[in-house]
Each structure stands twice: as structure tokens, then as C-alpha cells.
Write a protein that binds this ligand. Structure first.
Ligand code: XLS
Ligand code: NI
Ligand code: NI
Length: 439
């Protein structure tokens, strides 16, 4: 069997002083944090589309990537070699999970039947490779955005035949996910959104999106799929206005249609920032509302207004992300999926290792710092203290729903001038620096 990454051996943890770029400096899979190995906290996953299917083309130019695995005379042969390369890569990297869209792993055929047959044939091989390596499927999903039939959306297309085709595609993708024992199944809105309201019935489209998700829930029950359903919010791109804007929107949407018990959020860092939030904001909102399901680990660029999907290297962001994730008691059955791509000029196969190593080390370090912040109760004690006026007296009555405006009016009159505390943000940011920079 061909080796596609002959210059790379199994990536080992060598510690912060290591000068080997093909080693981990912070990610020690067995290193314990809070009584649990790092690998269990982090549950890293490789995204098949960015790492193996993409050729790094952009609107201005052709693909640049060297992809020795794209060899073979037919699209099916190439798809199988891609799968072999993927498992060699993941095994060497020491990542335990991966994610894919149906079309990342197998080419479409001339009919739905042929497309499904292609998928089954490659999935046979993927199943074998999963058994050989012990690598598991974090989540599956369907590509409902690439084919021209989805130009106006899939579940939110104005054309019912497109809705039906999308349903058939998701049915198959769910069955494949179920067969491979996926921990979850993701619905990212693809082209579910609009360009102009002049041609869009927003109300009907959103109702249809909900109908589509209801059918998915019913089908999961029918086939016995018990993985977690996930909605991945994104405010824009490819459409001007995507329907699943952010976690708060998705939460309200699910509640409106009575679907909130069946879905959690798959939160992507770059989508959070596109929505004008921090990554931490989305994770915090999800955690507080029992919506934290899984994470697409990447980062955007502060100077660019689109989904650049870069490997996450900002340790402040990974620290604050892990700070939320630890407080949510982990992501399981979700994980940290690197929905990230190497830059177009990083075209060597080995660059895929550098990207993942950088992201894994940044999250490992973030985990370690977040663990210390929580152990020392740095911000948690402060938070408890800051809101302590709600633990007794009039505050307690307010939170227990026992106060009304008249009583509060009486209370306020007798109270005199109120002493308000400083928020001391700068002090806290300085403490955060101290924790992040401490070695
Ligand atoms: C695109 C999304 C996509 C989903 C899976 O912006 O992040 O990659 O994660 O369909
Ligand atoms: Ni994503
Ligand atoms: Ni993205």
C-alpha cells in the first residue's frame, strides 16, 4: 500500500522546549487535567473536506495543493486513495475522530441511485480503515450547497422538488452516519438563507427548514440513530443572510418549532466572529442554555470579513473556549473538529500536519490554562462575589420571583444612596495574561 506522507512519523509529545516542528509541545494525549487525559477533554477531529478534498483554489486562481493521493483513473479510485491518505494522516497525527460530508468521500453519479452506490462503496473502505486504526466518526453531514440545484437553498428552496432531493440526500447521509457509529449529525445551513427579500418568502422558508428538521428527527427514530443532532449557526456566507444566524437565533428557532430537545449547537469560532460575537460568547450562551454540543475549531482574521477558516493558534481564544467547555463538563459526545484549512501558499502535504499540530497545541495549552483558572477559582469566585447581593434579602426575593414593583419601590425609597463596585476589567485582563504567560 502506498504511503502518502513518507516524511512524517507518528507525531509525539516532546514538551515545550522541543524544536521539532513535527512534534507536540503542549498536547500530551495522556497528560492529565482534572483527573482526565487531555485526549478525552479535547476529542480532536479532522475535517475531511478542508484537509483531503480541497485543492486550495480561490475565486482568483486554481488549486495549489500537492495531493499525491488524488491518483487513479476514475473518480472512485481517487476517492478510495483519498480515504487511505486520510487514515494514514489521522493515524500519524494521533487524532481519534474525523468528520465528513457525503460528497467529500465519494463522487456524485448520474442518478441518486448511482450516487448512493458510490457512497456505499467508499464507506465500505472507510469502515475497514476505521476498524484498523480505531479512528471514529465524530459527525456526518450532507453537502447541500455545492450542486447548482441548491442555488436557491435546499430545505429552504422555493422549489419543492429541491426540498425532496435534499431530504433524500440527508436520509442517506444519516444512514451512513448511523452505520459508522457517528457521535453526531450536523446541519450547517449551507445555502439556507437569502440574497434579497424581493424574491423570498422568509416565513415559508423558515417553516420549511423546521419541517425538514422534524423529518430528520423522525427518520433518526426510524433507523435507531441515537447520535446527537447539531445545528451549526453562521450569520452570512454563502448567502447574504443565513437563517441560522448565531446560537441564540438557533435556540429561539428550535423552541418556536418544539425541536429544542433534539438539537444542540455545533459552534464554529469563525462563525461566531462573523456574527459580531466572540467565540467565548457563543460557547457561554450555549453552555447556559444547554445547547453546547460540539465545536468547529478554527479562527478568522481580524482584518478580513469572511470565513477564512484558519487553524486556531490564538491561545487567548483557545483558553477562553476551554474555560467554557470545562465549565460545561466537556463536549462529549461532541468534540473539537478542525474545520480549518491551510492557506493557499501552504501547499505541501506536510503543511497539513503543521496546521493541525499548531491547533492541537493551542487548544492543549488553552485547556491547561483554563484548568488552572478554574482550580484557583480566579474568575468564578469573583463572579460569585459580584452577584452576592442576590443571595439574601431583597436580591433573593427578586430571583425567587417573590418581589413586585410596589415592594421594590418601598425598598428603594428607604435605601439611600447605593454603593456600586468597580468592574475592574483591566485588573482581570492582567490576571488572565499572568495565567496564559506562566509556564
Ligand atoms: C461552513 C461550515 C461547514 C460545516 C459543515 O462554513 O463551517 O464546513 O462545518 O457543513
Ligand atoms: Ni463548520
Ligand atoms: Ni466555517
Amino acid at each position: 500500500m502506498n504511503e502518502y506522507f513518507p516524511e512524517v512519523e507518528k507525531i509525539e509529545y516532546k514538551g515545550p522546549q522541543s524544536d521539532d516542528p513535527l512534534s507536540f509541545r503542549y498536547y500530551d494525549p495522556d497528560g492529565e487535567i482534572d483527573g482526565k487525559p487531555m485526549s478525552e477533554h479535547l476529542r480532536f477531529s479532522v475535517a475531511y473536506w478542508h484537509t483531503f478534498a480541497s485543492e486550495s483554489s480561490d475565486p482568483f486562481g486554481a488549486g495549489t495543493r500537492e495531493r499525491p493521493w488524488e491518483e487513479g483513473d476514475t473518480p472512485m479510485e481517487r476517492a478510495k486513495n483519498r480515504a487511505r491518505a486520510a487514515f494514514e494522516f489521522m493515524d500519524k497525527l494521533g487524532v481519534e475522530y474525523f468528520c465528513f460530508h457525503d460528497r467529500d468521500v465519494a463522487p456524485a453519479g448520474d442518478s441518486l441511485e448511482e450516487t448512493n452506490r458510490n457512497l456505499d462503496e467508499v464507506v465500505d473502505l472507510i469502515e475497514e480503515l476505521m476498524e484498523e486504526t480505531g479512528i471514529k466518526l465524530l459527525w456526518g453531514t450532507a453537502n447541500l450547497f455545492e450542486h447548482p440545484r441548491y442555488a436557491n437553498g435546499a430545505a429552504t428552496s422555493p422549489n419543492a422538488d429541491v426540498f425532496a432531493h435534499a431530504a433524500a440526500q440527508v436520509k442517506k447521509a444519516m444512514e451512513v452516519a448511523n452505520r459508522l457509529g457517528a457521535c453526531g449529525y450536523v446541519f450547517w445551513g449551507g445555502r439556507e438563507g437569502y440574497e434579497t427579500l424581493l424574491n423570498t418568502d422568509l416565513g415559508l422558508e423558515m417553516d420549511n427548514e423546521a419541517r425538514f428538521l422534524e423529518m430528520a428527527v423522525d427518520h433518526a427514530e426510524k433507523i435507531g440513530f441515537d447520535g446527537q443532532f447539531l445545528i451549526e449557526p453562521k450569520p452570512k456566507e454563502p448567502t447574504k443572510h443565513q437563517y441560522d444566524f448565531d446560537v441564540e437565533h438557533a435556540h429561539a428557532f428550535l423552541q418556536k418549532y418544539g425541536l429544542e430537545d433534539f438539537f444542540k449547537a455545533n459552534i464554529e469560532a469563525n462563525h461566531a466572529t462573523l456574527a459580531g460575537h466572540t467565540f467565548q460568547h457563543e460557547l457561554n450562551y450555549a453552555r447556559q442554555n444547554d445547547m453546547l454540543g460540539s465545536v468547529d475549531a478554527n479562527q478568522g482574521d481580524k482584518l478580513l470579513g469572511w470565513d477564512t477558516d484558519q487553524f486556531p493558534t490564538d491561545v487567548y481564544s483557545t483558553t477562553l473556549a476551554m474555560y467554557e467547555i470545562l465549565q460545561a463538563r466537556g463536549l462529549k459526545p461532541g468534540g473539537l473538529n478542525f474545520d480549518a484549512k491551510v492557506r493557499r501558499p501552504s501547499f505541501k502535504p506536510v503543511d497539513l500536519f503543521y496546521g493541525h499540530i499548531a491547533g492541537m497545541d493551542a487548544f492543549a495549552r488553552g485547556l491547561e490554562v483554563a484548568g488552572r483558572l478554574l482550580d484557583d477559582g480566579v474568575f468564578t469566585d469573583l463572579l460569585a462575589d459580584r452577584y452576592s447581593s442576590y443571595n439574601s434579602g431583597i436580591g433573593r426575593k427578586i430571583v425567587e420571583g417573590e418581589a413586585d414593583f410596589s415592594e421594590l419601590d418601598e425598598y428603594a425609597k428607604d435605601r439611600g444612596e447605593i454603593v456600586v463596585e468597580s468592574g475592574a476589567q483591566e485588573k482581570l485582563e492582567s490576571i488572565l495574561n499572568q495565567y496564559v504567560l506562566e509556564t
